[in-house]
Write a protein that binds this ligand. Structure first.
Ligand code: 5GP
Length: 192
């Protein structure tokens, strides 16, 4: 009798977590370590920020273009984020990677992660958590760029987002970027 082979099948991995937890930094570090890893480029209706490049940071599209992508079934998931702009994952490139036997990574919001859970139950959902609630608060308010009302609004959102951790397959605590990235690397099957 042979021992069962561990499943190393390429998977879709979804990273989500509360505002200001540092998911972007972890994903950037992962990209630095593994430039070959496919990380989905989302489509969004928001305007580019200075320095953002179309097709690199996002595919910047009009409302009409976004409507069409959704109507044509070309979005794996999409959500209205912060009640302002729509963001979505183009299905084709992700499916192409998985079909070619390579892993794929998405960094999206909570609503999007829930949609992926439904449409692709085999995906692994990873929640990035702060070391503590107080730490998240200080990361959120630390910048000092938001007024009192905006800060309160973001904290309220973060509290709801933190409550979603239980829905995820794995939780990675972002205590240090290097350690959290090691863990994500492991989950993706990329660790040395
Ligand atoms: P930002 O406008 O700061 O680049 O991104 C705002 C939020 O949009 C982030 O929380 C990010 O996770 C989320 N987001 C980016 N791309 C996607 C996407 O394709 N789908 C969903 N659902 N959320 C996204």
């Amino acid at each position: 009798m042979s021992a069962p082979t561990p499943s190393r099948a390429p998977r879709l991995t979804v990273v989500a977590g509360p505002t200001a937890v540092g998911k972007g930094t972890i994903v950037a570090e992962l990209r630095r370590r593994h430039p070959e890893l496919f990380i989905s480029v989302s489509a969004t209706t928001r305007l580019p920020r200075p320095g953002e490049v179309d097709g690199v940071h996002y595919h910047f599209v009009s409302d009409e273009q976004f409507d069409r992508l959704v109507a044509d079934g070309q979005m794996l998931e999409w959500a209205l984020v912060h009640g302002q702009n729509r963001y979505g994952t183009p299905r084709g490139p992700v499916q192409g990677e998985l079909d070619a036997g390579r892993p794929a990574l998405l960094e999206i919001d909570l609503a999007g992660a829930r949609q992926v859970r439904h449409s692709m139950p085999e995906a692994q959902l990873v929640f990035i958590a702060p070391p503590s609630w107080d730490e998240l608060v200080s990361r959120l308010v630390g910048r000092g760029t938001e007024g009192e009302a905006e800060r309160e609004r973001r904290l309220a959102t973060a509290r709801v987002e933190m409550d979603a951790a239980d829905e995820f397959d794995r939780v990675i605590v972002n205590d240090t970027v290097a350690r959290a990235t090691d863990e994500l690397e492991e989950l993706l099957g990329l660790a040395g």
